[in-house]
Design a binder for this molecule. Structure first.
Ligand code: ADP
Ligand code: MG
Length: 348
C-alpha cells in the first residue's frame, strides 16, 4: 500500500461536492448568506433548473473590498471566531464553506457594493476560490452572486441530473425551500424565478401570521395557532383542523408543506413530522395517512441546539428533545383530541 496525501484540488472537490449537492443546496447557502448580511430583499433567478445559472441578488451589507480575496477561501467566515461562539449563534452560516465549495463546482462571479463604498465591483473566481479579475460596476448597495454551469466538472452528477424528471424535482425542492424561508424570514421580500417565469413573489411582512397569509392565501384562515412554553423554549404551531374534504390544499401525502422552524432555521425534524402526522391523520376526517400543511416553530436558546450535524445543516439536535416532543404532543392533543393508542380500522 502506498499511503499518500491527496492533492489540494482533489480534497477541495471531494469536500465541496458534499456541501453543494444540488441546486437547492446552492440556493439555500446563498439565500442564508443574504439574510445573514441583513438583506430585506432577495431575488433568486434560475436558468435551466439552476444547472445553467443560479443568481442570488440582495440589498444586504455588501462585501468590503479588502475582504473579497478571502470570502471564497475555505473556513473564512465573518460570523464566528471560535467554537464557543456556536452557543450564541444568531446567523445561518458559521463554517465558511459555502462560497469555497461553490467555486469548486461552478463558475462564480460576485458583484458587490457596501453603502460606504464609492462604487461596486464585479469579481470572478477560479475553482480554488481565488479572485481572477476585478472590474468596477455600477451596482446598488448589496451583493449579487452568480454561479454558472453547476457540476460541469462532475460528469456523473451532471448526467444524473440531465433527465427532465429529476430537473423538475430539483426545481420543486428549490420552491419548497423558498416557501420555507418566506415563513422563516417574514421581513424579507423574496422572489424566485425560473427561465424568466416568476415562481414565487412575497413582499416584506411583519410576522409569520402575515407571511402565512401571503404565502398560503387559500388555507391561511384554516390554520389554528397554539402556543406553549417549557422552561426557556417557546413552541408555536399553526395547524389545520380540517381535512382534504373541506379544503384540498390543507393535506398532502408528503411532509413537504409541514414546515419546522428552529430559531428561524427551516429544518427537517422527523419526530415532529411523525407526531403531527399521527394526530392529524387519525383525528381529522379524510386525512388517513396524510400530513397537514402547517408550521411548527421552536424558539430555543442557541446553546440548546446543535446545527452542526450535517454539511447542509438541515438536521439539528435539541437539548431536551423529549420534553419538546411531549409539549408538541400536548398541543396536538388539545387541538385534535387525545390519540387512540390502538385505532380501530376506519374507512377513510
Ligand atoms: P459562512 O456563511 O459560513 O460565513 P460562506 O462561505 O457562506 O460562509 O460565506 C463566507 C463569508 O462571505 C461570510 O462570512 C460573509 O462575510 C461573506 N458573504 C457571503 N455572502 C455574502 C452576502 N450575500 N453579503 C455579504 N457578505 C457575504
Ligand atoms: Mg454561508
Amino acid at each position: 500500500m502506498v499511503l499518500q496525501e491527496l492533492p489540494q484540488d482533489t480534497v477541495r472537490l471531494i469536500k465541496s461536492t458534499q456541501v453543494i449537492t444540488t441546486p437547492v443546496s446552492l440556493v439555500k447557502e446563498l439565500l442564508e448568506n443574504s439574510i445573514d448580511a441583513g438583506a430585506t430583499s432577495v431575488t433568486i433567478r434560475l436558468e435551466k433548473y439552476g444547472f445553467g445559472l443560479v443568481e442570488v441578488r440582495d440589498n444586504g451589507s455588501g462585501i468590503e473590498e479588502e475582504d473579497v480575496k478571502f470570502i471564497a477561501k475555505p473556513h473564512f467566515t465573518s460570523k464566528i471566531e471560535s467554537f464557543a461562539d456556536l452557543a450564541s449563534l444568531n446567523t445561518y452560516g458559521f463554517r465558511g464553506e459555502a462560497l469555497a465549495s461553490l467555486c469548486a463546482v461552478a463558475e462564480v462571479s460576485i458583484t458587490t457594493k457596501t453603502k460606504d463604498g464609492v462604487m461596486g465591483h464585479t469579481y470572478t473566481f477560479d475553482h480554488a476560490g481565488t479572485v481572477t479579475s476585478k472590474k468596477p460596476a455600477a451596482a446598488p448597495n448589496g451583493t449579487s452572486i452568480m454561479a454558472r454551469n453547476l457540476f460541469k466538472n462532475l460528469p456523473v452528477r451532471k448526467q444524473y441530473y440531465s433527465s427532465s424528471k429529476r430537473q423538475k424535482e430539483e426545481l420543486k425542492k428549490v420552491e419548497d425551500l423558498v416557501l420555507a424561508f418566506t415563513l422563516a424570514a417574514p421581513v424579507v421580500h423574496l422572489t424566485l424565478s425560473h427561465d424568466k417565469l416568476t415562481v414565487i413573489q412575497k413582499s416584506s411582512v411583519k410576522n409569520i401570521q402575515e407571511a402565512l397569509m401571503s404565502t398560503f392565501p387559500a388555507v391561511y384562515k384554516d390554520l389554528v395557532l397554539r402556543k406553549k412554553n417549557i422552561e426557556d423554549i417557546h413552541i408555536e404551531t399553526y395547524l389545520p383542523c380540517l381535512g382534504p374534504n373541506e379544503n384540498p390544499s390543507l393535506s398532502r401525502t408528503t411532509p413537504d408543506r409541514l414546515f419546522v422552524l428552529v430559531n428561524q432555521r427551516p429544518v427537517v425534524h422527523k419526530s415532529i413530522e411523525k407526531v403531527v402526522k399521527a394526530f392529524y391523520s387519525q383525528k381529522v376526517q379524510g386525512s388517513h395517512g396524510r400530513y397537514p400543511l402547517g408550521v411548527v416553530t421552536l424558539s430555543v436558546p442557541p446553546a440548546s441546539v446543535d446545527v452542526n450535524l450535517e454539511p447542509n445543516k438541515n438536521k439539528i439536535l435539541l437539548r431536551n428533545e423529549n420534553q419538546v416532543l411531549e409539549t408538541v404532543q400536548e398541543i396536538l392533543s388539545e387541538l385534535y383530541g387525545p390519540l387512540e393508542q390502538h385505532p380501530k380500522k376506519s374507512n377513510d
